[in-house]
Design a protein around this ligand. Structure first.
Ligand SMILES: Cc1ncc(COP(=O)(O)O)c(C=O)c1O
Length: 477
C-alpha cells in the first residue's frame, strides 16, 4: 500500500470498496454494473461510489469522512473542516448563510465570485462593496487596501469577505486587514478558491489562516489535483459560530455526496502533508523556467511576475500572459493554441491565463513553450497600452437591494433603452465570474458598452437572460 493511501482514510475507503466483494441493494442505481446495460454508460459511472454505502456504511458507522476532515483541519491549523462535492460555490454559500440574519451587512471585495453574491441573496445579507486597488503598471487589481475597509467600518458589517488570491494571482496585504477587522470583532472569510497550494512551501505565500483569517474556502480541483467540484471549507471558532456553519453546510450540500471527490480531497491533503514542499517548489521552478524561456523571445515584459508586486502579493505559480504588450489578441492566441490541442483557463483581448498545477511536468511546460513562442511571434503587432478589464473596474451604483431585485417582477428591455434601469440579472464575463452588474444595480452606458465590447472581443458573457445582450432583464418600473 502506498504511503499516501495509508495516511488518507477516505482514499483508502474508496479503493477498498472496489477491491471488496459487494452486492449493493442501495443507491446509486448503476451498482457499478451499468456497463452490462451499455458499455459507454458504464465507462462513465462504474467507477462511482458514494459516501453512504461506499466509503462508509450506510449509517456512517466508521466515521471515515469525519476522520479525514479532522486530518485536514489539523494540517491547515483550523478548528473545523468540511469536504464539499459542490465546489467553492457550495462552500461559499454554506459559510455566508451562517453569518447573520436577513438585513445584516457584510463588507466584500467587488472582485468576489458570483457564488458569493448568490449566497448573499440566499442569506438576505446586504453588500458594502470594497473597490480593489489597481496596479498602474500592469492594470491588474492588487487587492483591498486596509484603508478601503476602515472607511466603511462605521456601517457595522458583520463580516469581511475577501477573494484571495484574485483571479490574476494578486493578493491583498492581508495582515493589516485581518488585524483591523479583528479589532472590531469582525470575522474575515477568505474565498481562496485559487489558493489551495498556499502555505506549504516557502516559495508561495502563506495561506490565509496562517495570517489569522477566520475561514478559508478553496477549490481542491483548481490549483490542487482534486476531482472536479471538490472543495474544502476550513474555519476557526473564535469569531464564527461553527455549529451554524455545520447546519448551513448540511442544509445546502447534497445528501448523496459522491465518493471520488471526497476521496480526492483526502488524497490531496495527504499529498500536501507528505510532499507539499517538494512538489510546490518544483512547480514554481518549472513555471519560472517556462516564463523565462518564452520571455527570452520578446523585449517587452509579457508575463505578470512576482517582481511586479510587493513581496508575498503574487502567486508565483500563476501564468498570466499580457497579450497587450505584444499587440496581439488574447482570444486569437487562445484559438491558435486550441488548434494545437492546448486549452487555456481564460482569454480575453489583453490577457491569457494558463493554469499550472502540481500535476504538470517539465515536459508539458516545454511543450507549451514550444507551441506558444511561434504563435506569439506570428500574432504580435503594435503593443497596446495597459488597460484595466471591465471585470476589475466597475463602480456599482445600487438602486435597490440585491435580494429585492432577485425576487422582483421583471421585464426584458432592449439594450438601447436600458441606461438607468435596474438590472435583475447578475452578469459576468466568465471566467473570471466577477459581476459587472449585480441584481439591484443600475445599468449605465459604461456597463452596457463595456459588456458589448467584451462580448465582441470573444469573451463568454455568462448569466445574462438574453446571452446576445440585445435585451436585458430589468426590474419592472
Ligand atoms: C474566486 C472564486 N470563488 C469561487 C469559485 C467557485 O468555485 P467552484 O467552481 O469550485 O464552485 C470560483 C470559480 O471559478 C472562483 O474563481
Amino acid at each position: 500500500m502506498s504511503s499516501l493511501r495509508v495516511s488518507a482514510p477516505l482514499l483508502d475507503a474508496y479503493l477498498s470498496y472496489f477491491e471488496s466483494n459487494r452486492t449493493p441493494f442501495t443507491i446509486p442505481g448503476h451498482k457499478q454494473r451499468a456497463s452490462r446495460l451499455d458499455h459507454d454508460l458504464g465507462s462513465v459511472v462504474d467507477s462511482d461510489t458514494p459516501l453512504y454505502g461506499g466509503l462508509d456504511e450506510i449509517k456512517l458507522t466508521n466515521q471515515t469522512l469525519k476522520k479525514a476532515e479532522a486530518l485536514a483541519a489539523t494540517l491547515w491549523g483550523a478548528d473545523y473542516a468540511r469536504f464539499s462535492t459542490g465546489g467553492s460555490t457550495h462552500a461559499n454559500q454554506a459559510i455566508v448563510l451562517a453569518l447573520g440574519k436577513p438585513g445584516d451587512k457584510v463588507a466584500l471585495s467587488r472582485t468576489a465570485h458570483r457564488s458569493i453574491l448568490s449566497a448573499l441573496v440566499l442569506a438576505g445579507l446586504e453588500p458594502i462593496w470594497l473597490a480593489p486597488e489597481i496596479d498602474e503598471a500592469t492594470g491588474v487589481p492588487i487587492g483591498i487596501n486596509v484603508k478601503e475597509f476602515e472607511k466603511i467600518i462605521d456601517q457595522k458589517p458583520i463580516a469581511l469577505l475577501l477573494t484571495e488570491p484574485g483571479y490574476l494571482g494578486t493578493i491583498s496585504d492581508l495582515s493589516p486587514i485581518v488585524k483591523s477587522a479583528h479589532s472590531h470583532s469582525i470575522p474575515v472569510i477568505v474565498d481562496a478558491a485559487w489558493g489551495g497550494h498556499f502555505g506549504f512551501s516557502d516559495s508561495t505565500p502563506q495561506h490565509c489562516l496562517q495570517i489569522g483569517a477566520d475561514a478559508l474556502i478553496t477549490s481542491v480541483h483548481k490549483t490542487l489535483p482534486g476531482y472536479s467540484a471538490s472543495a474544502l471549507l476550513l474555519a476557526q471558532g473564535e469569531l464564527l459560530n461553527l455549529d451554524r456553519i455545520e447546519q448551513s453546510f448540511e442544509t445546502t450540500h447534497t445528501t448523496s455526496p459522491a465518493g471520488a471527490p471526497l476521496a480526492s480531497i483526502d488524497g490531496c491533503r495527504a499529498l500536501l502533508q507528505l510532499r507539499g514542499d517538494e512538489l510546490i517548489t518544483q512547480l514554481i521552478s518549472n513555471v519560472n523556467i517556462f516564463k523565462a524561456k518564452v520571455q527570452s523571445h520578446f523585449d517587452a515584459p509579457i508575463f505578470l511576475n512576482t517582481s511586479d508586486f510587493a513581496p508575498g502579493r503574487f502567486d508565483p505559480a500563476k501564468i498570466v500572459l499580457r497579450a497587450n504588450q505584444l499587440g496581439a489578441s488574447g482570444v486569437d492566441i487562445e484559438k491558435a493554441l486550441q488548434s494545437a490541442f492546448i486549452r487555456v483557463e481564460m482569454a480575453d483581448r489583453d490577457t491569457v491565463v494558463f493554469l499550472a498545477t502540481l500535476a504538470d511536468s517539465k515536459e508539458e511546460f516545454d511543450a507549451l513553450a514550444d507551441a506558444l513562442v511561434p504563435i506569439l511571434t506570428s500574432l504580435q503587432s503594435t503593443p497596446r497600452p495597459t488597460a484595466t478589464s471591465l471585470s476589475w473596474s466597475v463602480v456599482p451604483t445600487v438602486g435597490i437591494s440585491m435580494r429585492e431585485a432577485y425576487f422582483a417582477e421583471t421585464e426584458m428591455v432592449p439594450a438601447k433603452d436600458c441606461v438607468g434601469r435596474i438590472s435583475a440579472d447578475l452578469i459576468a464575463p466568465y471566467p473570471p465570474g466577477v459581476a459587472v452588474i449585480a441584481p439591484g444595480e443600475i445599468l449605465t452606458s459604461t456597463i452596457l458598452d463595456g459588456l458589448a465590447a467584451t462580448k465582441a472581443a470573444g469573451v463568454r458573457i455568462a448569466y445574462a437572460t438574453d446571452s446576445s445582450l440585445l435585451r436585458y432583464r430589468t426590474v419592472k418600473n
